[in-house]
Design a protein around this ligand. Structure first.
Ligand SMILES: [Zn+2]
Length: 370
C-alpha cells in the first residue's frame, strides 16, 4: 500500500527541485551518477539544466532496466516520480546480475523550460528518424499545420484552429487529420510535431548514454514515462513492436493484454504511425549491441483529446511567440500547459503512483524471470 505521505514525497513541483532530488538520492544510495550539461545551460538563470543518469548495479550485469523521464518537458515530473519511487522502494532489492539505469530529463531544455519540444522546437520523440527519407508535406499536412499555427499576441487562436481542423476532417477524414497532427512532420520548423533536420543535442546524448551502458547487457527492459494520452489517471501501454514478435509476446506475458492492445486509448480507434520515436532508437541500439528488449511507453492519461490538443497549441505558441506577445499571457499559458500534462489533483497523483508501482513491480518480476 502506498500512503499519502509517500505520494506527496515523490511528486516535485518544478525542474530544478526534481533534478536536485534525483541526483542527491541516487548519490546517497550509491549509484554512479553522471550529469550531461546542456550547451545552453550556462545561459540559464535557474542553476542550469541537463540530462542526468544514475546507474545501480554491477557494470557487467547481463540484465538491465532502463527508465526514462522527460522526453516531453511538461511530462517530466510524473516520470521523475516513478524514478524516485523506484530508488526509494526497489533499489535495495536488485538481483546480483541486474542493473538499473535511470535517465532523467531526456529533453533537458524542454524540462527546464516547461516545453514539449527542444530548444529548436523539435519534438524529441519525432527526432530519431532517417532525415533523408522524411516525407515532404502533402497539401493536407500543410493545411493542418497552418491551422495549428494560428495565433495572436495573447495566445493561440484555438477556436479558429479547431474550426479549420473540423473542416479538414469533413473534407478528408478525422483519422487522416489526427495522423497528420501526431505522426510528425519535417517541413514546418515552427509547427507541431516537427522532427527537425538533424539529431538534436538530447538525441545524440541519449545515444551516447545507451551505447556506454548497453555493452554487457543481453536482456534490456525499457520504460519511457509520459503523460497526456488515455483515461484520466490511468496508464496506457504503448508497445511499438510488431504484433506476434517475441518483444510483444514478452510484454503480454509481463503485463497482460493491455500491453498488446495498442489502439484502445486513441479516440480515432487507431494509433497514429509515429516517426522518429526515442524508445525505438533505444531498442535499436540495444539490438545492434546484441541484446534483446522488452520496451514500453507508458502514458498516464490526463484530459480529453480536445483539451490536450489545446495543450499542443499552447506549447507551440510559447515556443514561437508572435512579436509583441504579452508576458502576462506567456506566464498564464505556461501555467495552463503544465497543469494539462501534470495535474495537481492528489487523486491523479495517487493513481499514477499506485499504477506506476504496479508496472515497475511487474517489470522487475518479468526481468527477473527472463
Ligand atoms: Zn509525451
Amino acid at each position: 500500500m502506498i500512503n499519502q505521505n509517500e505520494a506527496y514525497g515523490v511528486f516535485c513541483e518544478e525542474y530544478s527541485g526534481a533534478r536536485t532530488e534525483f541526483c542527491d538520492l541516487a548519490q546517497k544510495l550509491g549509484a554512479e551518477v553522471h550529469r550531461f550539461e546542456h550547451p545552453l545551460s550556462e545561459t540559464s538563470q535557474d542553476g542550469g539544466f541537463g540530462i542526468d543518469t544514475a546507474r545501480f548495479g554491477p557494470p557487467d550485469a547481463t540484465k538491465l532496466l532502463v527508465m526514462i523521464s522527460g522526453t516531453h518537458g511538461p511530462e517530466l515530473l510524473a516520470g521523475t516520480a516513478m524514478q524516485l519511487h523506484w530508488m526509494r522502494n526497489y533499489s535495495s532489492e536488485r538481483e546480483d546480475d541486474e542493473a538499473v539505469l535511470l535517465i532523467h530529463a531526456a529533453n533537458a531544455y524542454g524540462c527546464a523550460h516547461v516545453r514539449r519540444t527542444t530548444e529548436n522546437n523539435v519534438d524529441l520523440n519525432r527526432n530519431f528518424c532517417d532525415f533523408a527519407s522524411s516525407p515532404k508535406g502533402t497539401e493536407l499536412s500543410r493545411s493542418v499545420q497552418h491551422a495549428l499555427c494560428r495565433s495572436s499576441k495573447t495566445g493561440p487562436n484555438t477556436v479558429r484552429a479547431m474550426l479549420d481542423l473540423r473542416y479538414l476532417s469533413v473534407r478528408h477524414s478525422k483519422q487522416a487529420v489526427v495522423e497528420e497532427i501526431a505522426s510528425g512532420q519535417s517541413f514546418r520548423p515552427d509547427g507541431i510535431g516537427y522532427g527537425g533536420t538533424e539529431p538534436e543535442w538530447a538525441n545524440k546524448t541519449i545515444k551516447l548514454i545507451c551505447e556506454a551502458h548497453f555493452t554487457k547487457a543481453r536482456k534490456i527492459a525499457i520504460i519511457d514515462w509520459h503523460t497526456g494520452i488515455g483515461s484520466y489517471a490511468e496508464p496506457s501501454f504503448l508497445c511499438f513492436d510488431e504484433i506476434g514478435s517475441p518483444e510483444i509476446e514478452r510484454a503480454r506475458l509481463w503485463f497482460g493484454e493491455r500491453a498488446a492492445n495498442n489502439n484502445a486509448d486513441f479516440a480515432s480507434g487507431e494509433r497514429p504511425s509515429y516517426r522518429g520515436l526515442l524508445v525505438r532508437a533505444v531498442q535499436d541500439i540495444a539490438k545492434r549491441l546484441g541484446a534483446e528488449t522488452t520496451a514500453l511507453v507508458i502514458e498516464f492519461g490526463t484530459y480529453s483529446n480536445t483539451k490536450m490538443l489545446t495543450g499542443l497549441l499552447y506549447d507551440r505558441w510559447l515556443q514561437n511567440p508572435p512579436k509583441g506577445a504579452k508576458s502576462s499571457a506567456i506566464a498564464e499559458i505556461e501555467s495552463q500547459l503544465s497543469k494539462l500534462f501534470y495535474p495537481t489533483d492528489p487523486k491523479w497523483r495517487e493513481s499514477v503512483l499506485r499504477n506506476g508501482d504496479q508496472i515497475i513491480s511487474e517489470t522487475l518480476n518479468g526481468l527477473g524471470k527472463w
